[in-house]
Ligand binder design. Sequence first.
Ligand code: NAD
Length: 470
Amino acid sequence: MSHFEKYDIVVIGAGPGGYVAAIKAAQAGKKTLCIDKAELGGICLNWGCIPTKALLKSAELMHYTKKAADFGINTGAVTHDFAKVIERSRGVSGTMTKGIEYLFKKNKVEFLRASARVIASNLIEATSADGSKKNITCDAIIVATGASPAVIPAFPIDGKNLISYRQALECKEQPKKLLVIGAGAIGVEFSYFFNAFGTEVTIVEALSQLLPVEDKDSAKVLAQAFKKQGITAHTSAKVKSVTVVKDGVIDAVIEDSAGKEIKLTVDRVLVAIGMKPNTAGLGLAEAGVALDARGFVTVNAHCQTSSAGIYAIGDCTGRQMLAHKASFEAEVAVAAILNPKKAHGLNYGQIPGCTYCQPQVASVGLTEAKAKELGRDVKIGKFPFTASGKAQAIAAADGFVKLIFDAQTDAIIGAHIVGIDATEMIAELCLALKVEATAAEIGATIHAHPTLAEAVMEAALDAHGEAVHI
Ligand code: NAD
């Protein structure tokens, strides 16, 4: 039998968008319920950001252990236990999920494990796994249901032969030969991971470079590094067909950039061609929420949908599908609900992008090509890690820092780093972009020696032709 429960704010989805929104709402004194049919933490904690970083750490360790002799350390033959690598990653994910449980308790957020359906802007029906239903009324709804792997008929993911990141994260058996379709963050990170453990990896990208959203120079260095690592990458290429001959035997035909057909047989295919929104069956359209042609929720600058009282944040709204974007949108949506007069937006041009293969790739702001396309008059400063004492000392000389400045104002408009710790180093440049720091200011900021971050200072100096170490 159904009954009614009343909350101020109900958040649908407990990923980095939803759980942050729920905590922020509760911290503001709102009676808050978060509903999710799966584990707390969403893709990020369970099947994305966190477990992949655990896997990638194992891959880095493998890489370093194999090179131990270069550092004067003798190890004997290096072997690995793939199942243990996966097990550790799952364990890390479990610990983080428990952390959200604790935060919900601490902040008095109620959690309901159920499937939610929006009936109206103030009414939700929640169905639990046992089929029992609850009707929940509220003043505002925040939809944070995320996205799932895009599937196209040419590459039917069966979870066994053709897999998505989800199965890649828990595969107990390491593939011997892997075809990766798509060279976005997922394709690139898993290519690095599997290759580090000896899987023969071929990655195919339809566009003209690996990580198409990144600066051309970054993609070039990554392509060189991947080649050195033994990964075969085809860009401006097509996967014409994949045929499962039998379990573990898949024939694929690739058309490379020159139009030449390449035939290969692999034992697994990882499909990483983007994401589709989790908005079907949620009742959104019926509740008056406008969706775009691909099903993403349409929102205004305050994350408000076309139905007053319903907000949407994170991957289900499209734009950059990144956990930190979702968490910041959570703050935007809650602020708009609490006080519409004080509602503010988010600067989508200041969201960093990070890819955690080695060398890592990180960026914030405009690429050189985008700046030029926008007609910006730019000044560019660059510093290679080959000229960094710290990078040489730690055997990580691959990569560079490239900074793009407005030629008139000297203010930074873009930053691109490829290198061992690029994803940590980018934070300084996110702040620089936010406060509109100039090349002169970044160049005059004392950076500790020896650090990789000195390369940021040197790149800024280089924009004025004043770098010291190149
Ligand atoms: P993506 O959209 O970033 O990349 C997909 C790539 O596949 C694109 O480069 C596209 O050109 C290519 N592609 C599409 N169809 C193709 C085809 N038929 N043949 C060859 N190439 C094809 O998507 P993703 O890598 O699947 O990741 C999904 C989302 O998750 C992205 O938004 C990504 O930013 C996010 N993510 C982020 C991180 C991170 O921040 N480190 C890690 C993983 C995922």
